[in-house]
Ligand binder design. Sequence first.
Ligand code: PMP
Length: 349
Amino acid sequence: MSYFRPAIDAMTGYIPGEQPKPGTKIIKLNTNENPYPPSPKAMKVLQNLDSEWLRRYPDPFAREFCRAISDALGVPTDWIIVGNGSDDLLNILVRCCAEGNERKVVYPMPTYVLYRTLSAIQPAQVVEVPYYADFQLPIEELVAANGAITFIASPNSPSGHLVPLDDLRKLAQGVSGIVVIDEAYVDFADYTALPLVEEFDNVIVLRTLSKGYSLAGLRMGFGIANPKLLSGLFKVKDSYNIDAIAIAVGTAAMEDQAYKNACAEKVKLSRSKLVVELKNLGFTVLDSQGNFVLATPPAGNAESIYLALKELGILVRYFKQAGLEDKLRITVGTEEQNQALIEALVSLI
Ligand code: PMP
């Protein structure tokens, strides 16, 4: 007899990308971290943190941080929920809304694999709808599936494409459940779907400090939606899901929008150059609005390139998932890191 529920025995756990110890001499382009350090103002808060912050429990609602978000994005503080990374909020959403065959989880494929893992844990039935050619959103199929939750990552990972706002509007209008717009990579993109939270009471937009704000190690994300939608999520969230260090440091990072925007501009510039250089080597590369690109090598040998790069101390992401077998997802690094990658690829191709 198993110790576990049948759903847990049946599922495959989520396998994150390799995370070598910081300080090791590795060029790490595999999990879409920002290559630049966090805001110096945030680092200063970390260095000067009073011990009182650690002696006491943190604010369950991270109100200081919500105030900083409100100032930066112009949304009311009671339209914000904070999570231990946006993964925490994805988890809370599935716990709140999905169940069995009646309350399905729906998303277009390929996308962020965690949506599938969380649904398997619940368990809730998933409907995975393939994207049309050129990553057009399959709106009719998604609406017909009528999920209790529909997840749309925009920019999407691993493709990097951004979903048009009118497609998201049709989806929000067409389904009776919640539409989650996962904007983990929005800081590198041309537009946000944030205005939709005012237009539709079933839309929530998720953000993270892991990418644009260079704080993946802090584990901080947030969701924006009307207070009625958030009220259910607050019932399920852990009381102290955000630790005191994250609240202090994350607030300072959120207040330093100028620094975040300057880093994002550098990444966007390097992204354009990287795309050109990969294309010059014969790769097929999708236009990306994230801090990564999805590239297909000319000889269809993505797995062996991934392994050879790893031998050379360069980590990129190789997915074993159907439809992604010949592709590599490469995070945009600093100029020097991108050059080292290109030089390594020249020697391998
Ligand atoms: N959504 C997408 C599409 C992602 O790629 C990631 C990062 N792997 C996340 C959410 C989770 O980000 P966080 O670090 O905030 O949990």
